[in-house]
Design a protein around this ligand. Structure first.
Ligand code: CP
Ligand code: NVA
Length: 308
């Protein structure tokens, strides 16, 4: 019997202790990258990336990251593979996982990635689903730690849609022990079950976004309309009009609060230009850290714990 591989399908799939290790490795891997030190622990390993939705950062960070670790990355999309022509996800998983060492998938329903992983011989990483975006929050927490130290006990304000990124912040709050203050327009509130939460101890919902932002250590938001929900665009523009992170909202947060956004951003919608381009914004570090955290994640899923 083959041992079943460890997957990363949602943030709570790994323990806080394992995540601490991944962050320690991220620091080491980032340092090596910055000093041009060759580091090829994944030589001869192949990553397959399956994209059913668009991407800039996720594709680039996984593809560049795998090359930098000495391996190869192959890009597949629904349009030019048999996945778009009705081959079952289970059959695709059987075949793809016999020809590769690790798989990353960006798709619609979480169920697709769950089914793929249950037929995969190799680790599967969630590169975004309608429900979760765990790789994003790895990078976000690492970025917070770089700028402000441990996130334990801190308050994160989430302003806007209770989407995949929000759900993952909520799971992270349970794993790391911090609080999330969420403010969404009526009708878009957090659904604890869909977010995969154990309870409601780590988050609080606020009708007024200013109240959610008050005294926060980190203020964050995301697009009003996520990929796959484009038909609701006009309605959402109206419903979310008062959920913009602007300078006044940042003033309600702690003076040393940072602003994050997973990107891509829409200035003038979910965030004012003066905030995302302002002194509290760490969005470029956040985007860069996708590369370093995911390299550490792939190293961990494929090689386990290392000491070098
Ligand atoms: N933040 C993020 O996942 O960006 P992409 O959609 O460009 O991959
Ligand atoms: N919530 C956004 C995140 C994009 C990285 C989406 O799903 O489209």
């Amino acid at each position: 019997m083959m041992e079943s591989p460890q997957h990363f399908l949602q943030l709570k799939d790994i323990s806080s202790e394992e995540l601490d290790y991944v962050f320690e490795r991220t620091r080491r891997i980032k340092e090596r990258f910055k000093t041009y030190e060759r580091y090829w622990p994944l030589q001869d390993r192949t990553l397959v990336m399956i994209f059913e939705k668009a991407s800039t950062r996720t594709r680039l960070s996984f593809e560049a990251g795998m090359h930098q670790l000495g391996g190869t990355a192959i890009y597949l999309n629904t349009r030019d593979s048999q996945l778009g022509r009705g081959e079952s996800i289970e059959d695709a998983a059987e075949v793809i996982s016999r020809m590769s060492d690790i798989v990353m998938i960006r798709t619609y329903e979480q169920d697709v990635i769950e089914r793929f992983s249950s037929h995969s011989r190799v680790p599967v990483i969630n590169g975004l689903t309608n429900e979760y975006h765990p790789c994003q929050i790895l990078a976000d927490i690492f970025t917070y730690m770089e700028h402000r130290g441990s996130i334990k006990g801190r308050t994160v304000a989430w302003i806007g849609d209770s989407n995949n990124v929000c759900n993952t912040w909520l799971q992270a709050a349970e794993v790391f022990g911090f609080n999330v203050h969420v403010s969404t327009p009526p009708g878009y509130e957090v659904e604890a079950e869909r977010a995969g939460l154990y309870g409601t101890d780590h988050f609080e919902q606020f009708a007024d976004p200013m109240d959610a932002a008050r005294e926060a250590d980190l203020v964050t938001t995301d697009v009003w309309t996520s990929m796959g929900f484009e038909a609701e665009n006009e309605e959402r523009r109206r419903d979310f009009a008062d959920w913009q992170v602007d300078a006044e909202m940042m003033r309600a947060a702690r003076p040393d609060a940072v602003f994050m956004h997973c990107l891509p951003a829409h200035r003038g919608e979910e965030v004012a230009a003066e905030v995302i381009d302002g002194p509290q914004s760490v969005v470029w570090d956040e985007a860069e850290n996708r590369l370093h955290t995911q390299k550490a994640l792939m190293e961990y899923l494929l090689l386990g714990r290392l000491n070098d």
